[in-house]
Design a binder for this molecule. Structure first.
Ligand code: ACM
Length: 626
């Protein structure tokens, strides 16, 4: 039953608050004018459930859908609905999920199923990372080799392809071919399916970097015209612009999304310096550095999209370009990038890695399947406050938030669901509620119940009931003789991983499962860690232990060498001992303690930890002296 009216809304104070439930479940819909609702958002609605009636008040079909989705959540096991009066609207218009279908290919049915789940939580964008080195995933009629070659590789997993098979592309008929792509018809069908559920599919076509698959299928678009050589398009070659525009024309034909994502991240730019065409382009445009060359391409594509009535969206590197009105920056490298983009008056969608990258571990790594690294449990995602430091004036440019699932370590659909849920529920909550008061205990309980419900429906959500959590060592400060000791750095720590600076290694505080959690200190220079501790006075010393972190994805390794020497005067040191070990790559992050024991008396303790053959970083949180 539907009803139509100008402004039927009862005010909250007029509503007789009722206990109890509505058991009939008959819904009537009142179409009202937008001014009657609590917000100008097209997704705004009011829902009134009494024992006798259920009325949805909405100004738009999407508002009605949101009300019905809320109603579905109010349904109890017996099919009755709790009596409520809800005035509701989202804090942000963009509440997104990104799925990387390049690193591993997921069937179209999987994407449809994610639309079902995501839309139930009012996620309204599904961003598909359709192209990357590991495989091109959309049929493009003008360039068939993108999918006859660029969609197939040797290596069932990204890891095998990357490390064991030389990142080789193969013909689909090759016995070891792995891959796949979506036909335009399949994608059109997905777009329609999602639209009916309030979800816009946002396509991403990477440029100018992450394009090894394109430049192997069409090497003439790279600076050297050789396959397997470059990740970046040649920006000086007119053929590049023809290619990108023809691809984007087909993309726009399939995807009605106003926002078209063009990637824009992590260009290596190495080949542009030696390329006559790129150099000529720089001279022609009066450019002095390669970042400006990238910016010129992005600006060109931005204009091209605008001329087709679309809006460019790209990763936060695109702020270098002079962007057309309406362009949106998708922030991934931290909130400072958001501040910069907002200061420039650009629109922003927030997906900072620290809160929104769902390829990180969600629980203690030793208990989990291999993931990218990092540690982003549900609580961290839920803690995200999008508008921190955002002025009232900039607020209208903050379009929303997004959770990103990169899939280098996600080879199958079940694992993708495991990584997505329930963390996407926290993105949904943050995106819909914004900075409204948070209640972690209540949210966790709701997320746990929702994850159970999802599992009952065959969605492989992570079980919060089994959550182990961060390292217990973080909870209790460690007591030892060097606690508070002054530390002299004979080799510097990296500023980006300074943790608490000069006090980190003797503050008694242990690190957790994330190397960037502010407790682990990172060393990349010289022979890595080399420090001298001043205990303040001579003391008896029986053991010197240091805790190290290893996470091979980001190239953080345990040290090969561990050497302790001691001194009474700070000038003449005598060796106390070594604890050297072979460094073994591990699939999951781990913590290891190296210890040198002895019986000595000293005021100064020098600890050196050196990298092994694989080089990389050394990370330590505390040096204990006992
Ligand atoms: C990204 O993570 N490179 C956007």
């Amino acid at each position: 039953m539907t009803a139509s009216a100008q402004c039927l809304l009862p005010q909250p104070q007029q509503v007789e608050w009722q206990r109890g439930r509505n058991v009939q479940g008959v819904v009537s819909v009142a179409h009202v004018s937008p001014q009657c609702l609590c917000s100008t958002s097209p997704e705004a609605y009011r829902l009134r459930v009494t024992r006798d009636s259920i009325v949805v008040y909405a100004a738009t079909p999407i508002g009605e859908l949101r009300a019905r989705q809320t109603l579905a959540q109010l349904r109890d096991r017996r099919g009755a609905y709790r009596c409520v009066l809800i005035d509701d609207a989202p804090a942000y218009e963009w509440r997104g999920a990104m799925i990387d279908v390049s690193r591993h290919f997921f069937p179209i049915e999987f994407l449809r199923r994610q639309v079902d789940v995501l839309s139930a939580y009012k996620i309204n964008r599904l961003h598909l990372h359709l192209t990357d080195a590991a495989g091109w995933r959309m049929e493009i009629k003008a360039y068939p080799r993108l999918t006859s070659l660029g969609a197939w590789r040797r290596g069932q997993t990204w890891k095998q392809w990357w490390w064991e098979y030389g990142r080789e592309y193969v013909d689909r008929a090759h016995p070891e071919a792995y891959g796949g792509y979506y036909t335009q018809d399949e994608l059109r069908e997905l777009v329609a399916y999602a639209a009916a559920r309030g979800v816009t599919i946002v396509p991403e076509i990477e440029m100018p970097a992450h394009s090894e698959e394109v430049l192997t299928a069409y090497p003439e678009l790279s600076c050297t015209h050789e396959p397997y050589r470059q990740a970046d398009f040649c920006i000086g070659n007119p053929a590049t612009y023809v290619f990108l525009q023809r691809v984007l024309e087909e993309v726009m034909d399939v995807f009605p999304s106003t926002d078209i994502h063009i990637g824009g991240d992590e260009a290596g730019m190495a080949s542009w310096g030696d390329c006559p065409l790129c150099q000529a382009k720089m001279r022609e445009l009066g450019l002095t550095d390669k970042r400006q060359l990238q910016a010129s391409l992005i600006a060109h594509i931005g204009k091209f999209l605008s001329s087709h009535g679309r809006r460019l969206i790209g990763w936060d590197e695109i702020v270098d370009a002079s962007l057309p009105a309406g362009a949106t920056v998708m922030v991934w490298r931290g909130m400072a990038r958001a501040t910069e983009a907002l200061r420039l008056g650009l629109d922003v969608v927030l997906s900072p890695g620290q809160y929104c990258y769902l390829d990180a571990y969600q629980d203690a790594p030793p208990t989990q399947p291999e993931a990218m690294g990092g540690f982003t449990p549900l609580s961290t995602v839920y803690d995200f406050v999008p508008d921190v430091g955002v002025t009232a004036e900039q607020r209208s440019h903050l379009r929303g938030v997004q959770g990103n699932l990169w899939t280098e370590y996600v080879p199958i659909s079940q694992q993708a669901e495991y990584m997505l849920y329930p963390r996407m529920l926290a993105i949904a909550e943050v995106g819909w509620n914004g900075t409204r008061q948070k209640d972690w205990t209540d949210f966790r309980e709701r997320a746990k119940r929702q994850a159970e419900a999802l599992r009952a429906e065959g969605i492989n959500a992570f079980d919060l009931g089994r959550e182990v959590g961060n390292r217990k060592a973080m909870l209790h400060p460690v007591s030892h003789k060097a606690r508070g000791a002054k530390v002299t750095y004979n080799a510097p720590y990296a500023e980006a991983y300074r943790a608490a600076g000069d006090t980190t290694l003797t503050d008694g505080r242990s690190g957790g499962w994330h190397y960037a959690d502010g407790r682990w200190q990172g060393f990349i220079e010289a022979a890595r860690l080399d420090v001298t501790l001043d205990l303040g006075r001579e003391q008896n010393i029986k053991a010197v232990s240091t805790h190290f972190f290893q996470s091979c994805g980001p190239e953080i390794f345990f040290p090969a060498g561990y050497e302790v020497s001691v001194s009474r005067d700070g000038r003449h040191f005598t060796p106390m001992g070594r604890d050297d070990r072979d460094v073994v790559r591990t699939d999951t992050p781990d913590v290891q303690t190296r210890t040198v024991r002895g019986r000595t008396r000293a005021r100064y303790v020098r600890v050196k930890a050196t990298a092994g053959d694989q080089q990389g970083w050394v990370f330590a949180d505390e040096i204990e002296v006992h």
